[in-house]
Ligand binder design. Structure first.
Ligand code: GAR
Length: 202
């Protein structure tokens, strides 16, 4: 069983989707801890309701010392013997301290088809640009912003009357589907990373 740690800052709907899809008996992967940097985030409530351990690590405590924040994240994850880290609406950049502790085992989900619309407000960026298709990307995290090797993508249509909220909701439905699927592939040892190319054997 692969032990999964989820890092979230906000609503935690992806956290919830991962828990619901994975925390069944005899599942090959299981969410064992939520690490949250925002006290009072809804994700924390969800974890408590689901009986998943919670670690709250406020980034503000570390000032500008990002390595120290990362080290605290690593310590919490290691305490729970996490093997795969899933960023799910985690609104902080992670650096080498965390990445080298989990080589090629840190995933992120982004609400656009990367490399289009990286960074914040990806859904608003898509609406403002006027693209007809956007979507979801699950990728390995590297030191850039949304630049790591792509593991999986799903397209989502952008409708003429979409605003940020309407598009975000349509994209979230796909996020909740694709993220657990990718985690299961990792747990099954079906993901091979060769440079920027991620191969999935099915
Ligand atoms: C999701 O749409 C996720 O893709 C996005 O934040 C939302 C979190 O929702 N992440 C980013 O924009 C990262 N740059 P959730 O807290 O309900 O899972």
């Amino acid at each position: 069983m692969m032990r999964v740690g989820v890092l979230a800052s906000g609503g935690g709907s992806n956290f919830q989707a991962l828990v619901e899809a994975l925390n069944a008996e005899r599942s090959a992967a299981q969410v064992v801890v939520l690490v949250c940097n925002v006290p009072g985030a809804k994700a924390i409530e969800r974890a408590k309701a689901a009986g998943v351990a919670v670690e709250v690590i406020e980034h503000g405590r570390f000032g500008k010392d990002r390595a120290a924040f990362d080290a605290a994240l690593v310590e919490a994850l290691k305490q729970h013997r996490v093997e795969l880290v899933c960023l799910a609406g985690f609104m902080r950049l992670v650096g080498q301290t965390l990445l080298s502790a989990f080589p090629q085992r840190v995933l992120n989900i982004h609400p656009a088809l990367l490399p289009a619309f990286p960074g914040m407000h990806a859904q608003q960026q898509a609406v403002s640009y006027g693209v007809k298709v956007s979507g979801v990307t699950v990728h390995l995290v590297d030191e850039g912003t949304d630049t790591g090797p792509v593991v999986a993508q799903t397209a989502v249509p952008v409708l003429d009357d979409d605003d940020e909220q309407a598009l975000a909701s349509r994209i979230l439905v796909e996020e909740h589907r694709i993220y657990p699927e990718v985690v299961k592939l990792f747990a099954a040892g079906k993901v091979k990373v060769e440079g920027r190319t991620v191969r999935i054997s099915r």
